[in-house]
Design a protein around this ligand. Structure first.
Ligand SMILES: Cc1cc2nc3c(=O)[nH]c(=O)nc-3n(C[C@H](O)[C@H](O)[C@H](O)COP(=O)(O)OP(=O)(O)OC[C@H]3O[C@@H](n4cnc5c(N)ncnc54)[C@H](O)[C@@H]3O)c2cc1C
Length: 326
C-alpha cells in the first residue's frame, strides 16, 4: 500500500531514500538550503575562457567500495571517468616535501635519500601498514591513534609528517585532534578504501562534469514533491503517523526519514527518548572553512591566499562542510 513519506535533507542519504521510496510511495523531500545536494556541491568556476566544475564536498568514489552508488549512477545513465588520488605533504616546519605515489616522487627532494629522519619515516610507514590491520581483529574502541603510535614507538617524523596530515585530510579534522580518535577507526577507513595495501590502490572515479550532475539526473526523472529552502522545524511521532512542521507549513505523513546529521535530527525530534538523545547527542560536529582559489603559490607552500582582487578567484565559507569530531 502506498504511503505518504517525508524525507528531511537532500544529501546523498536523502536523495537516494527519496529516489527509491518514490518508486512505490508518495514522497516529499524537504531541504533547508536553497539548493539540493548537501555535501554534493559543484561550483562553476570560469578561468579565462574555460569553465571548470569544481567539487568541494563529495568528489571521488570507486565501484568496489561504493556498489550502491555505482548502481544508482548506472541506472540514471550518469557518466563517470577515472581519476587519480594522491597524497603529498609539504611541512613548513621541517621543509620536508614528498608525494606518496612512486619512489621517485617520495624522494623528490634527493637529500632525503640520506636523511635518517626521512628514512625512519619511510620504515615506520611500511611497518604501520603491515602491523596496523591487526587492530581490525580487536573488539571495543581500542587505543587512540596517539596512544597506538606511542606504544609502537613510531617516530615523530612518521606521526607529524605522514599520519597526522593524512588522517586530518581524510576526515577534515584539526591535525592534533586526530590523535584522540580511536586508531581502529582510521585503520578501518583505510581498509575500506583499499589504502592499506601500498602496492594496489582503488581505481577512483569522478562524475563527469561534477557531482551535481547526478542530482540533476535524479531530479529530471523522479516524481518527488520538492520543498527547497524549507527547513523542518519539528517532527512529532503519533500512533498513526507523524506531524512535521516546516518553515512553510504543518503536514501529516505516515513515515519520516531523517536524512540529516545526528545533531540536526535531534534538534527536530520533538519527542526524542533517552536512547535517541544519548546516541544522536554523542556526536559532536565542527564547521570547516574552505577557500576555493587559484593561487599557485599555495602549491609551493608558505603563502596564504591573497585578498579578493589578487589571484584568489573566489572565497567560500562552506557552511555545509561539517565533520564529526567524536
Ligand atoms: C570536504 C569534503 C570532501 C568529501 N569528499 C568525499 C569523497 O570524495 N568521496 C566520498 O565518498 N565522500 C566524501 N565526503 C563525505 C561525503 O560527502 C558525505 O559523507 C556525504 O555526502 C554525506 O551525505 P548526507 O546525505 O549524509 O549528508 P549531507 O550531504 O550533509 O546532507 C544533509 C542535508 O540535510 C539538510 N538539513 C539538515 N537539517 C535540515 C532540516 N531541519 N530541514 C531540512 N533539511 C535539513 C542539510 O541542509 C543538508 O543538505 C566528503 C566530505 C567533505 C566535507
Amino acid at each position: 500500500m502506498s504511503q505518504r513519506i517525508a524525507v528531511v535533507g537532500s544529501g546523498i542519504a536523502g536523495l537516494a531514500a527519496a529516489w527509491w521510496l518514490s518508486q512505490r510511495h508518495e514522497v516529499t523531500l524537504y531541504e533547508a538550503e536553497r539548493r539540493f545536494g548537501g555535501h554534493t556541491h559543484t561550483h562553476a568556476v570560469t578561468l579565462g575562457d574555460r569553465l571548470y566544475a569544481v567539487d568541494s564536498g563529495f568528489i571521488v568514489f570507486n565501484p568496489l567500495h561504493y556498489p550502491l552508488l555505482s548502481a544508482l549512477f548506472d541506472e540514471l545513465g550518469v557518466a563517470t571517468r577515472p581519476t587519480t588520488m594522491s597524497f603529498s605533504v609539504h611541512s613548513e616546519r621541517s621543509g620536508v616535501e614528498y608525494n606518496a605515489t612512486s619512489l621517485n616522487r617520495l624522494f623528490c627532494q634527493r637529500r632525503n635519500l640520506v636523511s635518517p629522519r626521512f628514512l625512519g619515516m619511510v620504515a615506520d610507514l611500511v611497518r604501520f601498514y603491515r602491523q596496523a590491520p591487526a587492530l581490525l581483529d580487536t573488539s571495543g574502541p581500542g587505543p587512540t591513534l596517539g596512544a597506538y603510535l606511542a606504544e609502537g614507538r613510531y617516530g615523530e617524523a612518521f606521526r607529524d609528517e605522514h599520519l597526522i596530515p593524512m588522517a586530518s585530510a581524510l576526515w577534515s579534522s584539526p591535525p592534533r585532534a586526530v590523535l584522540d580518535f580511536p586508531a581502529r577507526h582510521l585503520v578501518a577507513f583505510l581498509a575500506n578504501h583499499q589504502m592499506l595495501d601500498l602496492g594496489a590502490r582503488a581505481p577512483w572515479r569522478v562524475v563527469d562534469g561534477g557531482s551535481a550532475r547526478y542530482v540533476e539526473a535524479l531530479r529530471r526523472r523522479w516524481r518527488v514533491r520538492e520543498r527547497i529552502a524549507c527547513p523542518v522545524e519539528s517532527v512529532t511521532r503519533e500512533h498513526d503517523g507523524v506531524t512535521l512542521r516546516s518553515r512553510a507549513d504543518t503536514a501529516r505523513y505516515d513515515q519520516v526519514v531523517l536524512a540529516c546529521h545526528a545533531d540536526q535530527a535531534l534538534a527536530v525530534l520533538d519527542d526524542a527518548d533517552d536512547t535517541e538523545r544519548a546516541v544522536l547527542g554523542a556526536l559532536r560536529y565542527q564547521d570547516n572553512d574552505a577557500v576555493l582559489h587559484t593561487d599557485a603559490r599555495l602549491l609551493r607552500g608558505g603563502a596564504r591566499p591573497g585578498p579578493p582582487g589578487t589571484r584568489t578567484c573566489r572565497a567560500i565559507r562552506m557552511h555545509h562542510a561539517r565533520s564529526a569530531t567524536a
